[in-house]
Design a protein around this ligand. Structure first.
Ligand code: SF4
Length: 500
């Protein structure tokens, strides 16, 4: 029986990778990450003088992608005053493109079976201490009801291990189950309105099906772009051991019409400066080859995981100070992109990193499969999850803290439902136009959330933010004011999901 199962998995694995869907994107047989060139640029970069740094910052402020030389120069800055200027420029860019909004979401792990054996991952195939589980459709529904009805999320990143049990059919079925859930709330009703997916690389045909099931953003992180490091951590013969199949995931997604793609690295595997440069190369390649850059960049830092010694022994652990530098340079290098900070970081770290230009963050996160329905269980159990989270605070606490810091939490999911995705959203973001729609939708969705889910303390923190935003709409957007106020009044009266 076991042999049969193993054979079935092997047959499935053998058919996953489509070499033709790698080769067609190569240029003269080469990929777009020239390891030697990146290393040479980093080694050759000298600390730039202040006037050059300011020229680079001015370019980033125009929402133009920086060049590799400019990015390498920023990474070589030593003067703390210049780093402060860079951080301030990053904050201004974020405000120019995304205003003072922070979008929130929750991760939802649906299956932790995996055929891969990544050295840093608690869910790797050979890790026998992990309890494996895959949710049934009823369990998916229960998790969604907890997220949309009790906690108040509107947007999920749904996570699946790479395994035939959680292949394309399971992914699309679970997405549809999630979208069907509608739950009564205090004043209205709750539902998940955007399902983003973090799953293994897929072929173009599969990605088209994923798009038809209502995919929001498709995330595949390269983990490390450094080829020798990648080969060391992802054993040869496993699916994930194929660097190029993973590297061209986003090309295939864009070819399939999936407009919003999310790239990322796991900081702690390789040299952090190399990874920052490589993320920039990836953005430049997508812009040039596919006409659209990454919708988001994620930069999780490696955290401890059960029975996973590599997480403690890596010589490339990224210090808090270097992590801050990495985020600062990424914000400047790819100024239009969304930047996702996760609950891997503890609350204090999240507070300090948020002003560097973060646009999205998760809250009330649980990464055990089936965890949201178990409100009475511990937030974390090492032998049921991929890694340890640093911040398990509730969404209510995070929303309150963001409000106290001056941010409005946006639950807006209108963009992709109105066709504002891909190149369209990129152009709107670069020109500062998207902010107009988003401001209106942020206020409407924040109103919904305060009325449906906020604790009394969070309402106290949130109401002045709503007032301030409405004041800005009144002052800056008179043409839409009447329509906006109509939507706002109806939302306050209990109508839901009104958007621009
Ligand atoms: Fe599987 Fe992803 Fe973990 Fe690798 S990182 S073992 S692919 S779940």
């Amino acid at each position: 029986m076991i042999t049969t199962m193993t054979e079935e998995i092997k047959t499935w694995e053998a058919e996953r990778i489509r070499q033709d869907q790698i080769d067609r994107y190569l240029k003269r047989g080469r990929d777009f990450i020239p390891d030697d060139e990146i290393e040479a640029r980093l080694a050759g970069a000298v600390c730039p003088d202040a006037s050059w740094v300011r020229e680079i910052l001015a370019k980033a402020m125009e929402i133009q992608t920086l060049s590799p030389d400019e990015t390498a120069a920023l990474l070589a800055v030593r003067n703390p005053e210049l780093w402060r200027e860079m951080e301030e420029a990053g904050a201004k860019i974020k405000n120019k493109v995304y205003d003072n909004r922070i979008v929130t979401f929750a991760p939802l792990y649906l299956s932790n079976h995996c055929v891969n054996n990544c050295a840093y991952c608690g869910l790797r195939r050979d890790n026998e201490v992990i309890h494996r589980n895959r949710l049934t459709q009823d369990e998916v529904r229960a998790e969604t009801e907890a997220l949309a009805g009790r906690i108040g999320h509107k947007r999920l990143i749904v996570v699946y291990g790479e395994h035939p049990d959680s292949g394309l059919d399971y992914i699309t079925e679970t997405m549809r189950t999630i979208y069907r859930v509608k739950v009564k709330t205090r004043r209205g009703w709750g539902a998940i309105r955007r399902v983003n997916v973090n799953a293994a690389p897929m072929a173009v045909e599969e990605l088209k099906e994923l798009g038809s099931a209502g995919l929001g953003t498709y995330q595949v992180f390269q983990e490390t772009y450094h080829k020798k490091t990648y080969a060391r951590l992802h054993p040869k013969g496993t699916l994930k051991g194929n660097y190029l199949w993973r590297l061209y995931s986003m090309h295939r997604a864009l070819e399939a019409g999936v407009d919003d793609v999310g790239v990322g690295v796991l900081f702690g595997l390789g040299d952090w400066r190399f990874e920052v440069m490589a993320l920039l190369y990836h953005a430049i390649e997508l812009e040039a080859a596919m006409g659209i850059g990454p919708h988001t960049i994620s930069f999780p830092r490696m955290e401890p995981a059960a029975n996973t010694p590599f997480t403690a022994s890596s010589r490339h652990q990224v210090s808090d100070a270097d992590f801050q530098r990495a985020i600062t340079v990424l914000r400047l290098a790819v100024p239009y992109t969304g930047m996702i900070l996760t609950a891997r970081e503890n609350a204090a770290m999240r507070r300090s990193l948020m002003p560097l230009g973060i646009t999205q963050t998760d809250a009330s996160s649980r990464i055990k499969v089936g965890a949201y329905g178990e409100a009475d269980q511990p937030a974390q159990e090492g032998d049921r999850q991929q890694f340890q989270l640093g911040d398990t605070r509730s969404l209510d606490e995070v929303v309150r803290e963001l409000a106290q810091m001056g941010y409005i939490t946006s639950f807006c999911t209108a963009g992709y439902r109105c066709g504002r995705t891909g190149k369209c959203i990129m152009d709107l973001l670069r020109s500062g136009q998207e902010g107009k729609f988003c401001k209106l939708n942020a206020v409407l969705t924040f109103r919904e959330w305060l009325d449906d889910f906020a604790s009394p303390e969070t309402k106290v923190a949130g109401e002045p933010i709503v007032e301030r935003e409405i004041g800005e709409i009144r002052a800056r957007m008179p043409k839409v004011l009447e329509q906006f106020m109509d939507h706002y009044r109806r939302t306050s009266g209990g109508e839901r999901d009104l958007y621009f």
